[in-house]
Design a protein around this ligand. Structure first.
Ligand code: C2E
Ligand code: CA
Ligand code: CA
Length: 607
């Protein structure tokens, strides 16, 4: 049920609007008979329109009669009608309680019928008066123009495919919720995004894709009706109510707005139900496979006054949706703390190109140690960002974003160049160390990679045989075989990083020119428990297998004596980890090398 202002307040409001109506049409050239009586007539018509707008189900007849009455009152001049329609469009919705956007939707329907009634009465009057064809045509055209205007208004506020309220409508609605909110009132938004909608669209074709969107709109509409206990709207199409609004932002995104919530749990419940509702949409099978619609949801809920602008709410609900997708969760609720972290990260990412240009990224180095010796055989370069204000930032913070933005190529290149230059410098001082540099899969996609590595080696003077490039299992795919082969032919050593964490990599191991396998730290961590026979067996077999394939083995993440001793006994060739030394700056390495203290077989001092 929709309510409207009642009693004396309503009378006053209607009267004021009637006065205004008269003013507006007077400007358009209309001259009434007796002013007071005329205003009363207008006021009664306004009341009828308002009642019709609030009555369920909607009945067009009384509205059309008001249209006919306008003709009786000699308001048939096209300009006068135009001015009337504009006034009613602008001001009538405000006379109703609830959210203006929703009221407006019904009001457009009222106006459409008003003009229909007006047009019918006018045509009849013209016929009676035997008016000429020209005038009759002109009037018809004016009426159609007015209807068109209303349809345009409708189109402005609704999605063309689902006919649901669109983003503009939603914004207006949010604005009104915020403006009329008051202290203590809460509401929530749930942004639903159909997973892989583009794929679905491609698989089904766009026409069917649109039908799917429509079906989803219906399911969500049903859900909202069940949620609010409201009946279907006038077109059989639900648009919204005081408590709940369904909007379609176009494409794969729908939004549910609920007022009067008590906490995020309310929205989570709605999101769960929405996911289930959408999941039941039946899709045609493609190649014998039954397709299902799945959605992810972002949720934001809070005091109406918590955010000043509709776009602030929309931004935050978007962010929550991104989290849901990133975390592979069905839904995520916006929270300020995480948003702050995200924003800080975005700032960091935004600052990266300039930092790169200024050469701020530095490799730190961690010793690679021969377990049998024991002695140092090389250094792994691990990038750090000594940030001017935030301190030293580790790669976990920025390698991912760099890969997403494509910055990883220049970044990787900078690390490679600095590491090779330092390796060459230390070599010139008598320390013949293997320099091991991490390579991102994205760098392997660069057709100019081999040439640029060769160029770096030439310029820095590091022999190819002293450079090792570490690739992860995801990079060791067949599509990279060519480029990896070229690097190996050049004399550069390749190491397979993080072995034992990813998908089956044994096959790739036998096909690729890999010289060293790096056992992932989690496997090594398992060796620390006193009697973990299974872990020992796994590591043992893995080492044997790698040896059979002609690879040496380096164990990563060695922190304890027990891990060290076990790995040595299992025949592991090399090791790396805090037991031997943490990654430190190039200056520290230089100092340690000079003093012969880089790694002398003893555990590093604690702390
Ligand atoms: P990774 O290649 O597996 O590097 C080993 C990581 O383990 C390093 O973290 C190192 O500090 C840490 N680590 C070494 N020993 C121990 C230990 O005993 N215990 C524990 N708990 N951790 C240990 P870091 O430096 O934060 O690097 C993280 C990852 O970032 C690296 O993993 C690598 O995948 C990536 N990365 C680092 N530098 C570069 C680079 O220049 N380019 C690319 N593409 N990736 C890099
Ligand atoms: Ca590595
Ligand atoms: Ca690793």
């Amino acid at each position: 049920m929709v309510t409207h202002v009642s009693g004396a307040a309503e009378d006053a409001a209607l009267h004021a609007l009637a006065e205004r109506w008269l003013q507006v049409v007077a400007v358009a050239g209309f001259v009434p008979g007796r002013r007071t009586r005329f205003v009363l007539a207008l006021r009664e018509m306004l009341r009828e329109l308002l009642t019709a707008a609030a009555t369920e189900p909607f009945d067009a007849e009384p509205v059309r009669r008001v249209g006919a009455r306008l003709v009786e009152l000699r308001m048939a001049d096209p300009q006068v009608l135009g001015a009337s329609v504009r006034l009613l469009t602008d001001h009538l919705p405000a006379l109703r309680d609830g959210e203006a956007g929703v009221a407006r939707d019904r009001m457009l329907l009222v106006l459409e019928q008003l003009i229909n009634g007006f047009g019918a009465a006018l045509r009849q009057a013209a016929m009676h008066a035997g008016e000429d064809l020209n005038r009759s045509l002109r009037v018809t055209w004016e009426v159609e123009k007015a209807v068109l205007e209303i349809q345009l208004q409708h189109a402005r506020l609704h999605d063309a495919v689902t006919h649901l309220p669109n983003r503009t409508f939603l914004r207006e609605q949010l604005r009104s919720i915020i403006a009329t909110g008051g202290a203590g009132r809460r509401f929530g938004l749930c942004l639903l995004r159909i997973d892989d909608f583009d794929d679905l669209n491609d698989a089904l074709g766009h026409r069917l894709g649109d039908e799917v969107l429509e079906a989803i709109g219906w399911r969500l509409g049903d859900l909202v009706r069940a949620w609010t206990g409201e009946d279907r709207g006038p077109h059989g199409l639900w648009t919204g109510s005081d408590r709940c609004l369904l909007a379609h932002l176009g494409g794969e995104r729908f939004v549910l707005v609920v007022t009067g919530t008590h906490g995020a749990e309310d929205m989570v419940k709605l999101a769960e139900q929405a996911r289930q509702a959408v999941h039941t949409v039946a899709l045609p099978a493609v190649d014998g496979y039954e397709l299902r619609v799945r959605v992810s949801a972002g949720i934001v809920e809070g005091a109406v006054t918590a955010r000043a602008e509709p776009d602030d709410w929309l931004r935050d609900v978007h962010l929550a949706l991104i989290w849901a997708q990133k975390d592979h969760r069905d839904w995520a609720v916006h929270d300020d703390a995480r948003a702050r972290v995200d924003i800080a990260r975005h700032r960091l990412v935004a600052a990266m190109p300039a930092a790169l240009e200024r050469g701020e990224f530095e490799p730190y180095f961690q010793p690679l140690v021969s377990l049998g010796g024991p002695r140092i055989i090389g250094l792994e370069a691990l990038v750090r960002w000594p940030h001017p204000t935030l301190g030293v930032i580790g790669p976990e913070e920025f390698i991912g974003p760099a890969e997403q933005t494509g910055l990883i190529r220049p970044l990787g290149h900078a690390v490679l160049e600095k590491a090779c230059r330092l390796g060459s410098l230390w070599r010139s001082r008598g320390h013949d160390l293997l320099i091991s540099v991490n390579l991102s899969p994205w760098q392997l996609d660069d057709p100019g990679l081999v040439a640029s590595v060769a160029d770096v080696l030439r310029r820095t003077g590091l022999p190819a045989g002293r450079l090792q490039l570490e690739i992860t299992e995801s990079a060791a795919v067949d599509s990279h075989r060519g480029i990896l082969g070229e690097l190996a032919e050049f004399g550069i050593r390749l190491a397979l990083d993080d072995f034992g964490t990813g998908q089956a990599s044994l096959a790739s191991l036998s096909r690729l020119p890999v010289r060293m396998v790096k056992l992932a730290a989690p496997l090594v961590a398992d060796l620390d428990q006193p009697d973990n026979a299974a872990a020992v067996a796994i590591v043992h077999r893995t080492i044997e297998l790698c040896h059979d394939l002609g690879c040496t083995v380096t164990a990563e993440g060695i922190e304890t004596e027990r891990q060290y001793a076990r790995l040595r006994d299992l025949g592991c060739d090399y090791g790396q980890g805090f037991r031997f030394g943490r990654p430190v700056s190039a200056a520290s390495i230089s100092g340690l090398l000079k003093g012969g203290r880089l790694w002398n077989g003893e555990p590093p001092p604690r702390g």
